[in-house]
Design a protein around this ligand. Structure first.
Ligand code: HEC
Ligand code: HEC
Length: 168
C-alpha cells in the first residue's frame, strides 16, 4: 500500500468513531454500560488530564489546593444517584447555590461531567448549599466550613454526609 492510501485508510478509520456522539458528551467523557454505581452510563476516560470534566467525584481540592493550577476555592460534583462511583459523570445543568455566613450568594452550574467549581470568590465559611434542577430543589440542612464538597460527599459519605451530592 502506498503512503497515501494508508494515510487515507487511517483517516477513514478515525472517521468511524461517530464523533457527533462523543462531542455531545463533552471532553474526555465516554459512554459505558449503565450499572448500579454509574447510573448515567457516562464515564471520565482521560485519567489526570486537565479538564473541567476531569475525575467527577474526586476531591478536586486535594490537587487544586495542593499546587496544581487552577487553584480552586470550591469544587464538587452533582450525581444522578448517591452511590455513584468516582469517575462516573453526574448531571449537567444543575444550579448549585452557596450562601455564606455574610449572606453572599454564589451560583454555579454543573458541566457535562456534573462538576462545578470556582476560584478566588472569597466565600466566607460556614456556608449553606442549595441545588435547583428542573423546578425541584434540594437543600443541605447543615452548615459546613469545608469547601471541598466531594471530601464529605464521597461514594460512601464521610462526616455524616449521605453519600454523593444528588441532583434534586
Ligand atoms: C489527582 C489530581 C487532580 C484531581 C483530583 C483533580 N484534578 Fe483537575 N487538574 C489536574 C491536573 C494535573 C491538571 C492540569 C494542570 C496543568 O495543565 O497545569 C488539572 C487541570 C484542571 C482544570 C484546568 C483545565 C483546563 O482546561 O485548563 C480544571 C478546570 C480542573 N482541573 C478541574 C478539576 C475538578 C473540577 C476536579 C474535581 C472534580 C479536579 N480537577 C480534580 C489534577 C487533578
Ligand atoms: C463537612 C462535610 C460536608 C461538606 C464539605 C459538604 N457537605 Fe453537603 N452534606 C453534609 C452532611 C452531613 C449532609 C446531611 C445533612 C442534610 O441532609 O442536610 C449533607 C447534605 C447535603 C445535601 C442534601 C443531600 C440530600 O440527599 O438531601 C446537599 C444538596 C449537599 N449536602 C450539598 C453540598 C455542597 C454543594 C457542598 C459543597 C459546596 C457540600 N454539600 C459540602 C456534609 C458536607
Amino acid at each position: 500500500m502506498s503512503r497515501w492510501s494508508s494515510a487515507l485508510l487511517l483517516l477513514a478509520l478515525v472517521g468511524c468513531g461517530d464523533p457527533e456522539v462523543e462531542d455531545a458528551l463533552g471532553d474526555g467523557l465516554e459512554r459505558v454500560e449503565v450499572t448500579d454505581t454509574c447510573t448515567t452510563g457516562i464515564q471520565w476516560s482521560k485519567g489526570v488530564d486537565g479538564s473541567p470534566n476531569m475525575l467527577p467525584g474526586a476531591n478536586c481540592l486535594d490537587c487544586h489546593q495542593g499546587g496544581i493550577q487552577p487553584n480552586l476555592e470550591v469544587a464538587g460534583t452533582v450525581f444522578a444517584a448517591s452511590g455513584d462511583q468516582d469517575g462516573c459523570a453526574g448531571v449537567e445543568g444543575v444550579t448549585v447555590e452557596i450562601t455564606d455566613v455574610a449572606g453572599d450568594v454564589f451560583t454555579f452550574k454543573t458541566n457535562a461531567a456534573g462538576n462545578f467549581y470556582g476560584l478566588a470568590l472569597g466565600i466566607e465559611p460556614p456556608y449553606r448549599a442549595m441545588l435547583r434542577y428542573q423546578g425541584r430543589e434540594r437543600p443541605m440542612n447543615f452548615e459546613v466550613t469545608d469547601l471541598a464538597c466531594n471530601r464529605c460527599h464521597a461514594q460512601v459519605g464521610v462526616d455524616g454526609a449521605p453519600g454523593r451530592i444528588e441532583a434534586p
